[in-house]
Design a protein around this ligand. Structure first.
Ligand code: CO
Length: 134
């Protein structure tokens, strides 16, 4: 079912500081910060040869990553995003296998403009999983 690792997302308190480390110390190709008010985050994408890193900084009071940063004040690994060819079919198969899909189960438009869903971390080895339609 799952295809390529689309990105690894890291939640941070200071996206400028984190982006600078990836750009200036690690020498990576780093995007400008993009506010995503619909998602309650500001994102920076870092292009690596085989995948991307997504830096997430809270945006607004209702940010979905605010609680994560309370528990992880230094920031940390937030989710992994895997590509699937048919997100509706993937959701149905996962539900049939007893896996929990977060929210109402309807794919939302993610940070790349493609349909995404999130899966419960307790069902996936303690890791929040995002599925993105490739
Ligand atoms: Co993501």
């Amino acid at each position: 079912m799952i295809g390529r690792l689309n990105h690894v997302a890291i939640a941070v308190r200071d996206i400028g500081k984190a982006a600078k480390i990836y750009r200036d110390v690690l020498g990576a190709d780093v995007s400008a910060p993009v506010p995503q008010p619909d998602h309650g985050v500001t994102t920076v994408f870092i292009a690596l040869p085989n995948t991307k890193i997504e830096l997430l900084e809270p945006l607004g009071k209702e940010s979905p990553i605010a609680k994560f940063l309370e528990r992880n004040p230094d920031g940390g690994l937030h989710h992994l995003c895997y590509e699937v060819s048919d997100i509706g079919a993937a959701r149905d198969a996962l539900r049939a296998a007893g896996m929990r899909v977060l929210g109402d189960g309807e794919p939302k438009t993610g940070a790349h403009g493609k349909p995404v869903l999130f899966l419960h971390p307790k069902d996936f080895a303690g890791t929040l999983v995002e599925l993105e339609q490739a």
